[in-house]
Design a protein around this ligand. Structure first.
Ligand code: NDP
Length: 247
């Protein structure tokens, strides 16, 4: 299935977890893929090798999404080295949980910088280079619409912000034939949210319609759909893939 042949993609936070699965999936469909990471060069190397095994170009770029200049530099390097950009996947994100009385302003600012500001900055830089058919996909969260436990207010806010962002930017980009959407996962087994321990059991028992965690590959499949040619009529949308967490 070479649906994305000759496409050039950038995935932020592609070294591990959901982002790495997205890198592999886009590569498997024939896209050349650049991706960023902040602090895991070995994991980035592994992901690049896995992508190259599909016969495409892969490029790992160290770029901290908390730094807006580094985000723009990653987009520009992708354009320079892959010859353009057709697909941007804003996946890098952080989860800071804590009760209102103790929540640190530094954690609030870091959450906004990585989960929201970097999405805007990367999108602004990328769409300058995108042609008709361009695609922007953000990884939001089902918590944008439901946050049923304590300590998650700031994370939920950061993901809700992406809903308004894509609704508005869909209007800016529609006339140029570029779509922008969110994919909103529920619990997915990654380093951020391991499928082990009391928290995972509580989620599965109390909140899920399907009593299991999802896989990064399941999320990557929805991203590949939105990134592909068949999704040209989907824009400004937030698509949930959450095992019924929000049902
Ligand atoms: P992980 O923590 O497992 O992986 C995060 C990835 O993002 C890593 O590749 C990491 O790179 C990168 N990253 C983190 N911070 C930065 C940064 N400052 N700059 C650049 N890259 C960074 O997370 P997940 O795969 O679970 O999550 C991916 C996205 O999915 C996030 O936006 C998250 O909010 C969202 N999500 C996850 C859910 C889940 O249950 N797992 C549920 C709903 C949404 P490095 O290795 O260098 O640290």
């Amino acid at each position: 299935n070479q649906t994305l042949k000759n496409k050039r993609a950038l995935v932020t936070g592609g070294s591990r977890g959901i982002g790495a699965a997205i890198v592999r999936r886009l590569a498997s469909e024939g896209a050349d893929v650049a991706f960023t990471y902040a602090s895991s060069p070995e994991r980035a190397e592994e992901t690049a090798k896995a992508a190259e095994a599909f016969g495409v170009r892969a490029l790992a770029i160290q770029s901290d999404s908390a730094d807006a200049e580094a985000v723009v530099a990653a987009v520009e390097r992708t354009v320079a080295e892959l010859g353009g950009i057709d697909i941007l996947v804003n996946n890098a994100g952080v989860l800071a949980l804590g009760p209102i009385d103790d929540f640190k302003l530094a954690d609030f600012d870091r959450t906004i910088a990585i989960n929201v500001r970097a999405v805007f900055v990367a999108t602004q830089a990328a769409v300058r280079h995108m042609k008709e058919g361009g695609r922007v996909v953000n990884i939001g969260s089902c918590n944008a619409e439901r946050m049923p436990f304590q300590g998650g207010g700031v994370y939920a806010m950061s993901k809700s912000a992406l809903q308004g962002l894509v609704q508005g930017l869909a209007r800016d980009l529609g006339g140029r034939g570029i779509t922008i959407n969110n994919v909103q996962p529920g619990p997915i087994n990654t380093d951020m949210n391991p499928d082990a321990g009391e928290f995972a059991e509580m989620l599965k028992k109390q909140f899920m319609a399907l009593p299991r965690y999802g896989t990064a590959e399941e999320v990557a499949a929805m991203v590949a759909y939105l990134a592909g040619p068949e999704a040209g009529y989907v824009t400004g949308a937030s698509l949930t893939i959450d095992g019924g967490f929000n049902a």
